[in-house]
Design a protein around this ligand. Structure first.
Ligand SMILES: [Zn+2]
Length: 66
């Protein structure tokens, strides 16, 4: 896992997975959460990150443009 993802850079709150984790990684157009993978019944793969403050979905294109 890269803690210094160049897409998000410094000073940007790290987006979270739908279950509020920050232990996700990016691969081939989707995301995979390490913490979710350890939870029974949780799907560790997801398509969009969430803003940790508002819980809003963060569109991948929007993130790339910032
Ligand atoms: Zn998670």
């Amino acid at each position: 896992m890269s803690r210094n993802d160049p897409v998000f850079g410094d000073g940007f709150d790290r987006p979270v997975c739908p279950n509020g984790h920050t232990a996700w990684t990016r691969s081939n157009g989707h995301y995979w959460c390490h913490d979710c993978s350890r939870l029974h019944g949780a799907n560790p793969e997801f398509d969009s990150l969430r803003d940790p403050e508002t819980g809003d979905r963060i569109d991948p294109i929007e993130v790339n443009a910032s």
